[in-house]
Design a protein around this ligand. Structure first.
Ligand code: ADP
Ligand code: MG
Length: 253
């Protein structure tokens, strides 16, 4: 791996090796004026670099909530989350933001691109938060990623000038700009027609392979879920492993 570990000082001690993400007994409820809303109950999950997981479940079952916890965007009510031996929720707020910026990439159902910026600028946005952590030539990497997602001819275009699939491809490039080891996607193809969804999914798998990320994708689509070697379902706040194909695991014993 050419990636250098120094981008997140203390957190990054494990960069050279594969990352192992562990959720232990993660529970989450939301306190609302109407009372406590239980969402996740004692979710256990272990996954590592190279894994590709699909998470399915009915609407409102807590899929996005789980993804937010795993991506450190939100804190569990109880239980723990470990990236190797690091518990990100023990970090001070600013360090947690820095950790997340370096380690986790997000792709949402709605691309979340900023309309006033060009594609190139949108892809570069995550590099602006902690500029001193950014290694190498960020713009060169942004251009390269946009080329890999087939948009090198649209660098100066605004998101509004793109199709839905092109916007989502841009969002994927943006998610990868910091070379995150964890790529979390929340219904990334949910707004796309079937062919475009296929193309975006192909791209996700391709980049996941190339970048050796831990890929977790929430999807409503049984077709998309079926393409994943590991499939899990959220039911009644609990996460159940529904399938593990042999496809993975033979890569490094
Ligand atoms: P999914 O992504 O599976 O559709 P979510 O994770 O978005 O489900 O939501 C799970 C449940 O948690 C829903 O009942 C939702 O209303 C509730 N919920 C999500 N976020 C909040 C919040 N900030 N406050 C209160 N309830 C919430
Ligand atoms: Mg959701």
């Amino acid at each position: 791996m050419t990636r250098d570990p120094s981008s997140v000082a203390a957190q990054d001690r494990s960069s050279a090796a594969d990352l192992c993400l562990q959720a232990r007994q993660l529970s989450k409820h939301f306190d609302t004026p109407a009372g406590s809303v239980p969402v996740l109950q004692q979710v256990d999950l272990e996954a590592r670099s190279g894994d590709a997981l699909a998470i399915t479940g009915p609407s409102g079952s807590g899929k996005s909530t789980l993804l937010h916890l795993l991506g450190t965007l939100d804190q569990p009510s109880s239980g723990s989350l470990l990236f190797d031996d690091l518990d990100p929720f023990e970090l001070p707020e600013q360090e947690l933001a820095r950790f997340r910026n370096a380690v986790v990439g997000f792709v949402f159902q709605d691309h979340h691109l900023l309309p006033q910026y060009s594609l190139l600028e949108n892809v570069l946005l995550p590099t602006l938060a902690f500029p001193r952590d950014v290694e190498g030539d960020a713009e060169a990497r942004a251009r390269q990623l946009l080329e890999r997602v087939g948009l090198s001819h649209r660098l100066d275009h605004r998101p509004s000038q793109l199709s839905g699939g092109e916007r989502q491809r841009t969002a994927i490039a943006r998610a990868l700009i910091r070379s995150p080891r964890v790529l979390l996607c929340d219904e990334p193809t949910g707004n796309l027609d079937e062919d475009t969804a296929d193309a975006v999914a192909n791209l996700l798998f391709e980049l996941h392979e190339q970048e050796n990320t831990l890929l977790m994708v929430i999807t409503h689509s049984p077709e998309l879920a079926a393409r994943f070697p590991r499939r899990l379902a959220l039911v009644g706040g609990r996460l159940e492993e529904t399938a593990v194909d042999g496809a993975r695991g033979d890569s490094d014993g």
